[in-house]
Design a binder for this molecule. Structure first.
Ligand code: PGA
Length: 247
């Protein structure tokens, strides 16, 4: 499985960043799962540049601009130069700050143009009885996939993160059965762009209150390919617990 650790702005000192990286290196030696760390941009520079381990790195966001006179922006080329593997685009916390589907699509294109894989975050803010959340997620995926070539679509990882389940506790995560249904639905949507067997190759992650207490149940039988873990991934005991629960 692909376990992506989203540090958000939780980790604000270098010593803590280094110690979480050391933990990830130790864990990666003992597990078959792929561990990907998503630190802040300065910590990415510090850790990714010297990385010789199995641990991989993801940026939490990327600029919609390319290089040039854009003060404060971090372009996809800068991340490509650091040899990252992934870049998250469209995280709900970025969307809450005003990011539109069009901007998310543009960011995904920049990431792909530099040979990195976007982790496209999608997810409804709430679940309505009329299942309008399904078309909401379909539109979020479609607005990006419709701008990509098939090759680019295949390189894109989808992280399904229902916003209502983010930053809470294991008890508030999406029930495993509902996750299984959602994974099937997302594969169906992807299948409209990638006919044939290709949709089963698309990696789909789940994010939203993944903790040691729910990781195994969420993983078994849901068809998910991994997790995007927030708060529990910056707590050494919880992160270790998640990797153990999945082993
Ligand atoms: P959480 O965050 O694990 O703290 O719910 C997940 C995310 O926002 O990526």
């Amino acid at each position: 499985m692909l376990i992506v650790s989203n540090w958000k702005a939780y980790v604000e000192d270098t010593e803590r960043a280094k110690s979480l990286y050391s933990l990830a290196k130790r864990l990666s030696k003992k597990t078959k799962h792929e561990i990907v760390l998503g630190p802040s941009a300065p910590h990415l520079g510090l850790l990714a540049l010297k990385n010789k381990s199995k641990v991989k790195f993801a940026a939490q966001d990327v600029s919609v601009t390319t290089g040039g006179a854009h003060t404060g922006e971090i372009s996809a080329q800068i991340f490509a130069d650091l040899d990252l593997s992934y870049v998250m685009v469209g995280h709900s916390e970025r969307r809450a700050a005003g990011e539109t589907d069009a901007v998310v699509a543009e960011k995904a294109r920049h990431v792909l143009a530099h040979g990195l894989s976007p982790i496209l975050c999608v997810g409804e803010r709430e679940r309505d009885e009329g299942a309008g959340y399904l078309s909401f997620v379909r539109n979020q995926i479609g607005s990006v996939f419709s701008k990509l070539s098939q090759k680019e679509q295949l390189a894109t990882v989808i992280a399904y993160e229902p916003v209502w389940a983010i930053g809470r506790t294991a008890a508030d995560a999406l029930p495993a059965r509902d996750l299984g249904e959602m994974v099937l639905y997302i594969r169906k949507v992807v299948g409209e762009y990638l006919p044939g067997k290709a949709p089963t190759r698309t990696k789909i992650l789940y994010g939203g209150s993944v903790e040691p207490g729910d990781a195994r149940e969420l993983a078994s039988g849901s068809g998910i390919d991994g997790f995007l873990v927030g708060h529990a991934s910056v707590d050494p005991t919880m992160f270790t617990g998640i990797i153990r629960a999945l082993s």
